[in-house]
Design a protein around this ligand. Structure first.
Ligand code: ADP
Length: 417
């Protein structure tokens, strides 16, 4: 089917206390407007919406997600500052869903079976899947008859082989509880890998890349011929790289050690997820910018925290180079990957023996832009790419509901992303 008609896709990312949304004009990939409802369930809530022309801000109590969706409907169709003339212009809705378990290796049109599967996976993602489900149900309520699509954070990693996804635990824990590596940030890794192919003018089938999504949460993925073969986050997003406030890899015996010294299980959980990482090590901040400022002044804790961060990333890059037959590119994305010029330099500083040569001048001059920052003779290219999970969700929803236009996709490198 040729995609000649403009379609408007509403993308929804529904969290426990916030709801992000964006309307995309497809297939041209134009963002028509986006917004955020914050502090759902608290006394003072707020909606902000931006279009290329104007901004709408309303401070209002948002007692529950139903009220949040009602606010979104009003903002989208606001006569002065809205994005749409009417909700009828929305031709499909794409939802970010965190956990698709082992059932979904790609995005799907939502039906009753999909809803049941998302519900079943609540046990694997108790904080994320429930609000994702609410978002779907509320969107179905205000847009009856409009096809809705689920785009899972986990699905891209379902191509991992057992060697990468099995833990060295009794096999019955995998059989009984499905304890295994799932990986997250899949939509971002998939998007930036695709964008890197466009920038390098290569086809996924003969290209291998290592993608580094370095934001507040952080993960690395090894991608062979367009398929994820390993990723650093595991059964939960706690494993792998050190992050803003998450520890990443630690010896699991530390948990028992702490519990025997009086820490409760919820305390240990909070410690590992919210008080560790850059924040915990530095004692200053989880924000890379603050740490760079302190490190420049000679603050040793900040310097050490930054070194640990870079060291952990390098370890994963080394592990993935060892497991990919060859590597064509290393891709940086996420708030730190895209803006952290010095952190990119720190990470790449000792990767030369793997064939990864950064051009430090290029890296500095690129700043927060998109581009190639490796030396021309580097066997492995280094790219900085802006991630766009919302756009990937819009693309999947458009493709699933209206059929992909392969010819358009091939031309997509001409489109400003
Ligand atoms: P999230 O995972 O919450 O989406 P982001 O991808 O926005 O997070 O990344 C947040 C991180 O990006 C923070 O640690 C922040 O310090 C870092 N960051 C944002 N802008 C810059 C910048 N200009 N320089 C260095 N780091 C930055």
């Amino acid at each position: 089917m040729r995609a000649t008609t403009d379609r408007k896709i509403l993308v929804i990312n529904c969290g426990s206390s916030s709801l992000k949304y964006e309307v995309w004009g497809m297939p041209k990939r134009i963002s028509l407007g986006r917004g955020l409802v914050e502090r759902i369930g608290e006394l003072k809530g707020r909606i902000t919406q931006k279009t290329p022309r104007c901004e709408l801000v309303r401070e209002v109590q948002v007692p529950h997600h139903k009220a949040a969706m009602e606010l979104v409907r009003e903002a989208l169709t606001d006569p002065e500052k809205g994005v749409l003339g009417s909700l009828a212009e929305i031709s499909s809705v794409g939802h970010r869903v965190v956990h698709g378990g082992e059932q979904y290796s790609s995005s799907v049109v939502i039906d009753d079976d999909v809803l049941k599967a998302i519900e079943k996976n609540v046990e694997l993602a108790p904080l994320h899947n429930p609000p994702n489900l609410i978002g779907i149900k509320e969107a179905q309520a205000i847009l009856p008859g409009v096809k809705q699509v689920a785009v899972f954070d986990t699905s891209f990693h379902q191509t991992m082989p057992p060697a990468a996804y099995l833990y060295g635990l009794p096999y019955e824990l995998y059989e009984k509880y499905k304890i295994r590596r799932y990986g997250f940030h899949g939509t971002s890794h998939r998007y930036v890998a695709g964008r890197a192919m466009e920038m390098l003018k290569r086809e996924p089938e003969n290209t291998n890349v290592i993608t580094l999504h370095l934001g507040n949460g952080a993960s690395a993925t090894a991608i062979e011929h367009g398929r994820s073969i390993d990723t650093s986050m595991g059964f939960t997003p706690l494993e792998g790289l050190m992050m803003g406030t998450r520890s990443g890899d630690i010896d699991p015996a530390i948990i028992d050690f702490l519990e025997r010294r009086g820490y409760s299980s919820p305390e240990v959980n909070a410690l590992l997820n919210k008080k560790s990482g850059l924040l915990g090590l530095s004692g200053i901040s989880n924000d890379l910018r603050d740490l760079e400022v302190e490190a420049a002044k000679g603050n040793q804790r900040a310097i050490e925290a930054l070194e640990v961060y870079a060291y952990r990333v390098r370890k994963y890059v080394g592990a993935y180079v060892a497991n990919l037959v060859k590597v064509d590119a290393l891709v940086f994305t996420g708030g730190i990957g895209q803006n952290g010029v010095k952190m990119r330099e720190r990470i790449c500083h000792r990767l030369e023996n793997l064939g990864i040569f950064m051009d430090y001048g290029l890296n500095a001059s690129l700043g927060s832009g998109e581009g190639i920052v490796s030396s021309p003779f580097s066997p492995i290219a280094i790219l900085v790419v802006q991630t766009n999970e919302e756009l990937q969700i819009a693309i999947d929803s458009y493709d699933l509901v209206f059929g992909a236009d392969a010819a358009y996709r091939r031309r997509s490198s001409d489109v400003t992303l």
